[in-house]
Ligand binder design. Structure first.
Ligand code: 13P
Length: 335
């Protein structure tokens, strides 16, 4: 599994992180609605073309997670997006889960779908140029939630996804996301995240997944969105690193964060704070969706004349997060 481990290392190379541009149809529709444009195939192609053909982001971005449709799309000049990435030395990745559906017997909890027919899809994605995959499970904190049943089912499915990806020669990004929704405090988030990750690593081990050929994608330890106060970056960083040290094996080459509803700046500041700690065995990096795209998407707003300024904003966000990879970011470096 030497190749997998090399790809995984490249995904979390120093100074670089991953762009999550794998919004599913319902998600991209929601994001586009905010800028007043409709989610047509043409608009999705134009938007992803704006991002992927930007100049210079390859200095800060090691890989891009794409949605199935995007992996098959081309630029206006007929070049497949995967080729554009390859030319830049950026690894193309692909979201392979098919979203979360209600768990049997529960109106509150969800289990991620997509194991059926997965080996055949993985084979096709590899042929289209993908080097890594992603599968996201979601957990909500609430009264008696998440349940053990939900944690176990999602962990087993994440492990099956990871095993299948490795068999297909693709590095799995294993993403259990404890959501920020709710009014819980930071310690509840730490407790639930620790429990979820313990179950995930136990199932990965049972499924004989090579840990040096995966990337973990996690939430940070954060209070819920509706909690009375925010936590300081220092507290977030300390609690997140401490919890990872308890449950994430050192064989895992890197942990990348999702932004999960943090603002662009918060996501950068918190990552920077973690990397100032330095005393941990993995690379701590980013795999942000909204926190790399929000400003760029707003400026683009579906108009050709806005492409250049939007690309500039995307490049700047990627650069700020690249600095946060080594704890060298500071707010006065912002434009
Ligand atoms: P956000 O950074 O917007 O949370 O998206 C990252 C992601 O890939 C969620 O699956």
């Amino acid at each position: 599994m030497k190749d997998l481990s090399q790809i995984a290392k490249k995904m979390v190379a120093p100074k670089k992180g991953i762009l999550a541009a794998d919004e599913s149809f319902p998600t991209i529709e929601k994001r586009f609605a905010k800028i007043g444009i409709s989610s047509t195939e043409e608009n999705r192609q134009a938007y992803r073309q704006m991002l992927l053909t930007s100049e210079g982001y390859e200095q800060f971005i090691s890989g891009v997670i794409l949605f199935g449709e995007t992996l098959r799309q081309k630029t206006d000049d007929g070049i497949p997006f995967a080729k554009i990435l390859e030319k830049k030395g950026v690894l193309p990745g692909i979201k392979v889960d098919q979203g979360a559906a209600a768990m049997d017997g529960s109106s509150y909890e969800k289990v991620t779908q997509g194991l059926e027919g997965l080996p055949a899809r993985l084979k096709e994605y590899a042929e289209l140029g993908a080097k890594f995959t992603k599968w996201r499970a979601v957990y909500k904190i609430g009264d008696n939630l998440p349940t053990d049943k939900n944690i176990l089912q999602n962990a087993k499915d994440l492990a099956q996804f990871a095993k299948n990806s490795q068999k297909a020669g693709l590095v799995p990004i294993v993403e259990p996301e404890v959501l920020m929704d709710g009014s819980h405090d930071i310690n509840s988030c730490v407790e639930v995240t620790e429990k979820v990750l313990t179950a995930v690593f136990s199932e990965l081990k049972k499924a004989n997944v090579d840990l040096d050929g995966i990337i973990l994608k996690s939430n940070m330890a954060l209070p819920g969105k509706d909690f009375v106060s925010k936590a300081t970056p220092a507290e977030i960083a300390k609690k997140t690193v401490e919890l990872f040290k308890k449950v994430v094996p050192k064989d895992v080459p890197g942990i990348v964060f999702l932004s999960g509803g943090q603002s662009e700046k918060e996501a950068t500041i918190n990552l920077n704070e973690m990397n100032k700690i330095k005393d941990f065995p993995w690379e701590l990096s980013f795999s942000y969706g909204r926190a790399l795209q929000d400003t760029a998407m707003n400026i683009w707003a579906g108009k050709k004349e806005n492409i250049a300024p939007a690309q500039q904003k995307f490049l700047n966000r990627a650069k700020m997060n690249s600095l946060a990879r080594s704890g060298s970011y500071s707010e006065d470096l912002e434009e």
